[in-house]
Structures are given as structure tokens and as C-alpha cells.
Design a protein around this ligand. Structure first.
Ligand SMILES: [Zn+2]
Length: 92
């Protein structure tokens, strides 16, 4: 998995704040992670570092806490939820 630098990561993530969304919605959903593996989102298993705008989140890798990923909720026509899309990852 190709990782980006911290600056680029922050540019892709955009403005971030503390997570406030009820993440139960995403339980069981697969996402690609900065470590190169796919994980299943589980609220108690995946640490959500922060939440941004446009359905973006920063997730911490469950197998390597030094890796974080920007994940965006993929929407069709802005209405239908299509899954979690990996945008970028970095090492912290
Ligand atoms: Zn991972």
C-alpha cells in the first residue's frame, strides 16, 4: 500500500473534528486500510480518530496503531450509500 506524507494526508482529509456520527451504521462494512489489508468496520474494534466533512473519517488500523487512513463514505447520486472508500493512508 502506498502511503502519503502527513501534509498530503491532511490535505486529503480536510478539516477534521471529533467523531460525532453514530458509527453503528457501518458495522460489518469492509474497508481497505493503509496497511494494505481489508478490515471489517466494528465500532468497538476500529478506532475512529476523527470525522471530517463530506462523509470523511480517519480510522486507525486495528493491527498497527501507527497507520491511519482517510475513509470516505461512497455515495451514489449523493443519496445511496455504497460502502467505505479508501482515499489515503499515512504513518504517524
Ligand atoms: Zn489495517
Amino acid at each position: 500500500m502506498e502511503l502519503v506524507g502527513e501534509e498530503e494526508f491532511n490535505a486529503i482529509a480536510g478539516k477534521m473534528m471529533s467523531p460525532r456520527r453514530n458509527m453503528d451504521t457501518f458495522n460489518g462494512d469492509d474497508f481497505l486500510c493503509a496497511c494494505g489489508s481489508h478490515h471489517k468496520f466494528q465500532k468497538d474494534y476500529i478506532y475512529v480518530v476523527s470525522e471530517g466533512f463530506n462523509g470523511k473519517f480517519v480510522f486507525m488500523c486495528p493491527s498497527n496503531e501507527n497507520l491511519i487512513s482517510v475513509i470516505q463514505t461512497k455515495m451514489k447520486w449523493g443519496i445511496f450509500y455504497q460502502g467505505l472508500e479508501y482515499l489515503a493512508g499515512t504513518e504517524v
